[in-house]
Design a protein around this ligand. Structure first.
Ligand code: BMP
Length: 226
């Protein structure tokens, strides 16, 4: 079974609910989980998530990249928990005290798994975020979060995160496909899951596209582990 999280980000001019429904129906059996963010939630509202994903029992990750004071992030997590979301992504850069410590406590209370962004897949991540990579990984370890996000587009970053974190953290890596990274390359560098959006969701045949990516992922991982 491949280790792919499919990012369901509907483009602006499509009807979002039909677009999501079609892809959830076709892809559910193949994915590890789905990830949704502002492109969907701004248009449908969080309230629609439970119904839209009711046909698929895979976990749903809410990627709102929260970056606020703890009390307000806790409000958001409470809304997401009510909507049936399994995990929530926040930025690490807001720091522990009064922000992530409050958020993580609330997430645990609600059974929502926290994931922290410790590095990003675009080039600008090196301007600020990556300068604090080891501190962000330490925050993730200290707060015992469920996972972290690190970029498939810069595999050396994934390797550093894996080295710093040992086997403690799940690493989710975006950047496969549309952003140029090859399926399997992030897992070969230490990631646990590869996040794929447009390479699957914009394909005329998303199921076939995902099957090909999983095939490629498994092939590359077998190769790098042999
Ligand atoms: P795509 O494969 O279409 O490029 O989508 C990547 C997904 O991963 C998007 O949902 C994006 O918001 C997310 N993502 C990213 O691309 N880079 C990051 O550093 C962090 C992300 O969450």
């Amino acid at each position: 079974m491949g280790k792919v999280v499919v990012a369901l980000d509907p483009p602006p001019r499509v009807e979002p609910e039909g677009w999501v429904r079609e892809r959830v129906n076709h892809l559910c059996e193949l994915v590890s989980s789905f990830k949704v963010g502002l492109p969907l939630v701004l248009r449908t509202g969080v309230i629609r998530l439970r119904e839209l994903f009711s046909v698929c029992s895979k976990p749903l990750i809410a990627d709102l990249k929260l970056a606020d004071i703890g009390d307000i992030m806790s409000y958001v997590v409470e809304v997401l928990a009510d909507a049936g979301v399994s995990a929530v992504i926040s930025h690490a850069f807001v720091g522990r005290r009064g922000a992530l410590d409050v958020l993580i406590t609330k997430s645990e209370e609600l059974g929502v798994k926290p994931i922290l962004v410790v590095s990003m897949s675009h080039q600008g991540s090196t301007e600020f975020i990556d300068k604090h990579l080891s501190e962000f990984v330490n925050i993730a370890l200290e707060l015992r979060v469920w996972g972290v996000v690190a970029p498939a587009t810069r595999r050396e970053v994934i390797s550093s995160v894996r080295e710093l974190a040992g086997s403690e953290l799940r690493i989710f890596s975006p950047g496969i496909g549309a952003q140029g990274a090859e399926p399997g390359s992030a897992i070969c560098s230490g990631a646990d899951y590869e996040i794929v959006g447009r390479a699957v969701t914009s394909s005329p045949n998303p199921k076939e596209a995902l099957e090909k990516i999983i095939y490629e992922q498994e092939r590359r991982v077998r190769e790098c582990r042999s």
